[in-house]
Design a protein around this ligand. Structure first.
Ligand code: NAI
Length: 335
């Protein structure tokens, strides 16, 4: 059996509880991973003056793959987001989030199945903000041709690989004519190389409405950093909430896998968080390592566990604890 090496960042709040659950599931799936455990986040900021010490980045550069718990970021002031810093420092340019209904998970829809591909390194998250004068601030939205072409190509390649018939480029180029205009123009240029895939163009506000009224029409949604952040949570809401949606941040050299959700301070330490999203993120990591059979088994085991209402956690309307749901997934893998 091959032993893989990967970095583990437990994170803040519910992070340690749900990443522990994911590690148990990976082990039960028979995948051997030697985890290099490093710490980032709010507590680390208090000790080291940075939420993202160099040893975290160096570990990921070495192992090239990481499982990450959520990291809290103060609102309105304080340190910069370790998540944004990490994505920029490692050039994890594609944030990929599969949004799919899972049988057994209560939600309003039955056949949602699309993937969000979010540009992860620039846009309004470039961190370029300044005070012009008292009462006036500016925040700069940076859009480059290089990053826009690169993320558009990622989205079309993913559509081709997964045999998805369309990519929808989401924008607000009617108002932000230059920045979103360039993003859209790059999507059009890339689309020419994929004649079998339809390029759809939707203004973000219309897209938000259509996602709620007719989500089954979407296949791949290509968008910038801020729109992708917001519509990821909306997408999670379509399929049962933040507790179930996994994700990955992919670059040329490394990939970091994490749930869409944050550190859920209201649930931290209670053993009640839904571990599904992080377990499924670990499943994506396992697939990325080439263990595709184990990745499929993890996804099936989680589906089987969630099909039994007694395994549903509080966010899904049930009473199960993090451990009870994880035990059910582990039992399914060991059966
Ligand atoms: P959140 O995702 O932590 O929580 C939003 C709501 O969803 C809460 O009611 C929470 O209890 C619930 N929830 C989230 N994950 C859940 C799970 N696994 N099981 C059951 N319920 C769950 O978002 P919020 O409150 O806006 O952010 C809290 C902190 O997390 C902030 O400091 C924020 O910056 C950080 N954050 C970090 C992210 C990351 O590391 N990638 C992503 C999003 C937020």
């Amino acid at each position: 059996m091959t032993t893989h090496h990967a970095t583990l960042i437990p994170g803040d709040g519910i992070g340690p509880e749900v990443t522990d659950a994911a590690l148990r599931v990976v082990e039960a799936a028979g995948v051997s991973i030697e985890w290099e455990r490093v710490e980032a986040g709010a507590d680390i900021f208090l000790k080291h003056g940075t939420p993202l010490p160099d040893e975290v980045l160096n570990s990921i550069r070495r192992t090239r793959v990481a499982l990450k718990g959520p990291i809290g970021t103060p609102i309105g002031g304080g340190f910069k987001s370790a998540n944004v810093l990490m994505r920029q420092a490692l050039d994890l340019y594609a944030c990929v989030r599969p949004i799919r209904t899972i049988p057994g998970v209560p939600c309003r829809y039955t056949d949602v199945d699309f993937v969000i591909v979010r540009e992860n390194t620039e846009g309004l998250y470039s961190g370029l903000e300044h005070r012009v004068t008292t009462g006036v601030v500016e925040s700069l939205k940076v859009v480059t041709e290089t990053a826009s072409l690169r993320i558009a190509r990622y989205a079309f390649e993913l559509a081709r690989q997964q045999k998805r018939p369309s990519v929808a480029a989401i924008h607000k180029a009617n108002i932000m004519k230059l920045s979103d205009g360039l993003f859209l123009e790059c999507a059009r240029r890339v689309a020419r190389d994929y004649p079998e895939i339809e390029l759809r163009e939707l203004i973000i506000d219309n897209c938000a409405m259509q996602l709620v009224t007719k989500p089954e029409q979407f296949q791949v949604l290509l968008m910038d950093n801020l729109y992708g952040d917001i519509l990821s949570d909306l997408g999670a809401g379509l399929v049962g909430g933040l507790g179930v949606v996994p994700g990955s941040n992919v670059g040329t050299d490394c990939a970091v896998f994490e749930a869409v959700h944050g550190s859920a301070p209201d649930l931290a330490g209670k053993g009640l968080a839904n571990p599904t999203a992080v377990i499924r993120s670990a499943g994506l990591l396992v697939g990325h390592l080439g263990e595709t059979d184990a990745a499929t088994r993890i996804e099936r085991a989680i589906e089987a566990a969630l099909a039994d209402p007694k395994n549903l956690t509080g966010d899904l309307g049930g009473k199960a604890t993090t451990r009870q749901l994880t035990d059910a997934v582990v039992r399914g893998l060991e059966a």
